[in-house]
Design a protein around this ligand. Structure first.
Ligand code: GDP
Ligand code: MG
Length: 163
């Protein structure tokens, strides 16, 4: 079986944007398709001839204002059960939130391979924004911009080391 890589994180941090970037196509289905789920949540993916299954655990999440902590908890539990590697996405523009701390606690206890990914670092070079994420206790944050396509190759290099 192919290794499973799960993307977790609170709403709006850029999980779907990263997912689409890694699978190199836009999987999100437009809303004028009634009855069709808005996002497909998994896809096969490849990096340097290593094949894996990528899952966006937030693919079916409701709009941000409807989000309840239970929902996020379930997503993280699914990731912990099924993943070989977990990509925990945080928002470098917003900084650390209490939900980030809750998710980090669950992930640390799981003993799974977790890569802490600091998204929305849209300018190249060292960014001070990433340092506060060390407090989550999950090692060095990997800076990316899912939207600009920055740092994705370095991230995937790290991911496939764990297969
Ligand atoms: P999700 O809820 O975690 O799946 O987040 P989305 O992928 O839907 O992205 C939420 C918002 O953040 C959207 O408006 C994206 O365009 C924006 N976004 C995602 N990645 C980046 C990034 O690297 N930089 C910036 N500036 N915005 C981003
Ligand atoms: Mg999403």
């Amino acid at each position: 079986d192919r290794p499973v890589v799960c993307i977790v994180g609170r709403p709006n941090v850029g999980k779907s944007t990263l997912f689409n970037k890694i699978v190199r196509k836009r999987i999100a289905i437009t809303e004028d398709n009634p009855g069709v789920t808005r996002d497909r949540i998994y896809s096969e993916a490849e990096w340097l001839n290593k094949y894996f299954t990528l899952i966006d655990t937030g693919g079916l999440e409701p709009e941000a204002e409807e989000i309840i902590p239970t929902h996020i908890r379930q997503q993280v539990e699914i990731a912990i059960e099924s993943a070989d590697v977990i990509l925990f996405i945080v928002d470098g523009m917003e900084g650390v939130t209490s939900t980030d701390r809750d998710i980090a606690n669950m992930l640390r206890k799981s003993g799974k391979e977790v890569l802490l990914v600091c998204n929305k670092i849209d300018t190249k070079g060292v960014s001070d924004q990433i340092y506060e994420f060390y407090e989550l206790g999950l090692g060095s944050p990997i800076a990316i911009s899912a939207e600009q396509g920055l740092g994705i190759g370095d991230l995937l290099d790290e991911v496939i080391k764990h297969f």
